[in-house]
Design a protein around this ligand. Structure first.
Ligand SMILES: Cc1cc2nc3c(=O)[nH]c(=O)nc-3n(C[C@H](O)[C@H](O)[C@H](O)COP(=O)(O)OP(=O)(O)OC[C@H]3O[C@@H](n4cnc5c(N)ncnc54)[C@H](O)[C@@H]3O)c2cc1C
Ligand code: SF4
Length: 342
């Protein structure tokens, strides 16, 4: 494995100062420079980062461990009832947190359906949202594709069975984070801190970068920035929610498809607000706006759920080997709406 120096800063400002590149930036630099440039990258749990280093896809000169920065692994209920989650909270700890289980039960389901128990004990929420995509061409030395700064997408006309059915030109990755599907549906925001301690906040939905904006990174994190918190808004008690992940097998693996649904009902049971988000469908968590429109103003039953599920596929452009995802998503969205209402 490529050797690297190791640093363990004690403040978030020092970590930001030290982090000279995001992993996406470092992986896109010309191959002849990889390993020669003075690149320092952030490590959280290390599950994805160390994989990339072991595979020789990333060769940083220094790894900056966030594990010793105090306060990044806490979950705090704020005065307005929002939940502020530190980026170093593990998937297992967050899934077991009493407020998450009580108020955001579908998030606990999404976290519990991610990876394996061993990985969830180490993997952090921040690292989960920032992990790089699973496209096998991206993760192989043999292919210098568009996302790595090359000139060609090998998946669009190649092996694309696990790839995107929306927004998939000219790069067809799917966003790899299962938690992100649910967090976008819940209206989560992120807080990003730079070396001077100044924080910027944005909706998680806007943090992710679609391919038409920039094909070489999945989010808006810049070098010298740290994802400092993920914030969940307090939701009215009438909110219903569900998340369902469909994998190729029941044991640990990324989803073939997953769906998150959040519904706000009025006192008469009529849907006032709906969020329907598809995971493993597009390069970013995909808001199914037509499905949301089909739910708002309705008393949701099996028929309305089926209509919304069909509408969720509006605009899909499947590739040569992934059209199977169309009926899969239709069934999954219908089941997720029905589960949210039950
Ligand atoms: C077998 C297997 C199955 C899996 N299945 C799933 C699944 O079903 N669903 C799913 O969502 N994931 C799945 N994963 C992925 C796994 O959940 C992620 O690799 C893990 O969550 C990454 O978290 P980490 O803390 O280890 O991040 P790291 O590997 O340490 O970091 C990941 C990236 O984030 C950056 N980073 C981390 N924290 C910060 C921060 N606070 N600020 C700035 N940059 C930061 C790092 O520089 C790096 O680029 C699976 C992994 C494996 C091995
Ligand atoms: S889908 Fe994206 S990451 Fe995969 S080969 Fe094409 S350009 Fe590269």
């Amino acid at each position: 494995m490529h050797p690297f120096a190791f640093a363990a800063p004690k403040t978030i400002a020092d970590a930001a100062t030290a982090a000279s590149a995001t992993v996406a930036h470092a992986m896109t630099s010309a191959p002849e420079r990889a390993g020669q440039s003075d690149v320092s990258v952030i490590k959280a749990g290390g599950i994805d980062l160390l994989d990339l280093i072991k595979e020789g896809l990333l060769a940083p000169s220094k790894v900056i461990n966030l594990g010793e920065v105090p306060g990044l692994d806490t979950v705090v209920e704020e005065q307005d009832g929002a939940l502020r989650i530190g980026p170093m909270v593990t998937l297992a700890a967050l899934a077991a947190h009493p407020i998450v289980r009580q108020r955001y039960g579908a998030l606990a389901d999404a976290l519990g359906a991610s990876a394996s128990p061993q990985i969830r004990n180490v993997a952090t929420l921040g690292g989960n949202l920032l992990q790089r995509p699973r496209c096998w061409y991206l993760r192989s030395h043999a292919f210098r594709c568009l996302r790595k700064g090359g000139g060609h997408c090998f998946a669009v006309h190649g092996e694309n069975q696990y790839h995107a059915i929306f927004g998939n030109m000219p790069c067809a990755i799917v966003h790899p984070s299962t938690a992100a599907t649910m967090l976008v549906a819940l209206g989560a925001t992120v807080e990003i801190t730079g070396p001077a301690g100044a924080a910027r906040r944005l909706l998680l939905e806007d943090f992710f970068v679609p391919v038409e904006q920039d094909m070489q990174r999945e989010n808006k994190l810049e070098p010298h920035e740290i994802l400092a918190a993920i914030r969940l808004p307090r939701l009215p008690p009438s909110v219903r929610m569900a998340h369902i992940k469909q994998g190729e097998k029941d044991s640990f693996d990324w989803p073939l498809a997953d769906a998150a649904v959040v519904l706000e009902l009025d006192a008469g049971g009529i849907c006032q607000r709906a969020a329907v988000v598809l995971g493993a469908a597009a390069p970013v968590p995909h808001r199914a706006k037509k499905a949301e429109a089909a739910l708002v103003g309705q008393r949701i039953d099996q028929t309305i759920a089926a209509q919304a599920a069909r509408a969720a596929l509006d605009g899909a452009t499947p590739l040569s080997k992934n059209a199977y995802k169309l009926p899969l998503f239709e069934a999954l969205v219908r089941r997720t709406i029905v589960q949210a209402m039950s």
